[in-house]
Design a protein around this ligand. Structure first.
Ligand SMILES: Cc1ncc(C[n+]2csc(CCOP(=O)(O)OP(=O)(O)O)c2C)c(N)n1
Ligand SMILES: [Mg+2]
Length: 411
């Protein structure tokens, strides 16, 4: 004990590199593809704690699928997966452009993260419910939801399924297992756990999936959700998409000293895994493993997808203000579309020519959907939802003050 203690220092984690610097991911350990064990789904979570610190990978550098997590998808399913990711990328590019053209106020891209939501969707069955954030449109694309309905919502036009009452891209599609997106981060986790608990209480067979980003794990809802999920062994998969950045804050701010985001689950006794989020095959294998646990009353699983947000946070963001412009080129896990493409070419199931041809077909389909959506209006032109719609759909019976407001508005 000293009478003259040194002044305390306030600690703020700093990213390795700032704009102008040379990107460096040499401190991100990447295990070899195929090197992580695949435990049985009924494993005791206490015996697989190392999986929260490793990275499950299937596709190696050469493009081969290797190790115990390989082999969960048929050739046709892999080809379909590639198509889904390519569709999401093209959809994003067109909608990003539409925002710049003033046809919508706001857009959020998935560039670099396409494998996460597209592959995860294929591990679910009809009736399961996702509680997604704004960066999981792949759940809809891979689930066969019509692109034109997504665009109608983005344009808030007369065919907008949500009638102009949500922010663009905040889709809602109950029949497609896609709960209304909430802009309030991490509400997804408590809602998913609550929904899963209700499913178990009712003796139903459906499971829930909660989604958050790395930054959003800092919300108290994240921790509350883990308490309830672990205590009641809720049939839920809890996904953390670690794309290295929140908006301008790097992942180290939310992660603190925990080592990894997945490791947050260990203190709760929750099975926790990390997976290469740019590896379609690995994402699917882990998603299937976690979903099977939930479906068999084995409890929740926390999954961290290690990936990289290549684009801006949203159309309102300029990442060059806080990270080197070339940082995404240095990301060691590559591009999910190219990695699956190379794998399929290597196996003789695909070719550069077919890839180019498919790109053109997809672009044509996206443009056709866009034309159809635009015929029903865009943000500033054409058909709009009725003003009357904003009074509907919240209360079973409209309260008197809303009825008065509606009368005053003359609708
Ligand atoms: C409760 C809450 N706090 C802050 C925000 C503002 N906000 C929107 S997105 C975002 C960053 C989230 O980063 P992350 O969770 O890593 O997800 P990503 O955007 O990278 O997919 C913030 C701070 C919000 N929407 N809700
Ligand atoms: Mg993030």
């Amino acid at each position: 004990m000293t009478d003259n203690p040194a002044p305390l220092k306030f600690h703020v984690p700093e990213p390795e590199v700032r704009p102008g610097g040379t990107p460096d991911f040499s401190n991100v350990p990447i295990p070899k593809a195929g090197s992580v064990d695949r435990p049985p789904v009924d494993v005791d979570p206490r015996t697989i704690r190392d999986l929260a610190y490793s990275i499950i990978r299937v596709l190696n550098r050469e493009g081969d699928a290797v190790g115990p997590w390989a082999g969960t998808l048929t050739d046709e399913e892999q080809l379909e997966g590639l198509r889904h990711m390519m569709t999401l990328r093209t959809f994003d590019a067109r909608m990003q452009m539409a925002q710049r053209q003033g046809k919508t106020s706001f857009y959020m891209q998935h560039m670099g993260e396409e494998a996460v939501s597209c592959a995860f969707r294929k591990a679910l069955i009809q009736g399961d419910m996702n509680f997604p954030t704004y960066r999981q449109a792949g759940l809809l694309i891979a689930g066969g939801y019509p692109m034109v309905d997504m665009m109608n919502q983005i344009y808030s036009n007369e065919m907008d399924p949500l009638k102009g009452r949500q922010l663009p891209i905040m889709y809602s599609a109950k029949d497609h297992g896609f709960f209304s997106i909430s802009g309030n981060l991490t509400t997804q986790y408590i809602q998913a756990v609550g929904w899963a608990m209700a499913s178990a209480i009712k003796g139903d067979t459906k499971i829930a999936v909660g989604w958050v980003g790395d930054g959003a794990t800092a919300e108290s809802d994240f921790h509350a959700a883990l308490v309830f999920a672990s205590t009641y062994k809720a049939p839920v998969v809890l996904n953390i998409v670690n794309n290295q950045w929140a908006i301008s804050t790097f992942q180290g701010i939310a992660r603190g000293g925990s080592g990894t985001f997945a490791a947050r689950g260990l203190g709760f006794g929750i099975a926790a895994l990390r997976v290469d989020g740019n590896d379609y095959l690995a994402v699917h294998a882990v998603a299937k493993w976690a979903a099977e646990r939930a479906r068999n009353n084995l409890g929740p699983t926390l999954v961290e997808y290690v990936t990289y947000r290549v684009g801006a946070h949203s159309t309102s963001d300029d990442p060059s203000a806080y990270r080197p412009k070339t940082e995404s080129d240095a990301w060691p896990l590559g591009d999910p579309v190219i990695r699956l493409k190379n794998h399929l070419i290597r196996r003789g199931l695909w070719s550069d020519e077919r890839h180019k041809q498919t790109e053109a077909e997809i672009l044509e389909a996206v443009i056709a959907a866009q034309k159809e959506a635009e015929s029903h209006g865009t943000l500033h032109a054409g058909g709009k939802p009725s003003t009357r719609d904003m009074f509907e759909g919240v209360y079973a019976e409209m309260p008197p003050h809303l009825r008065r407001q509606r009368q005053k508005a003359g609708v």
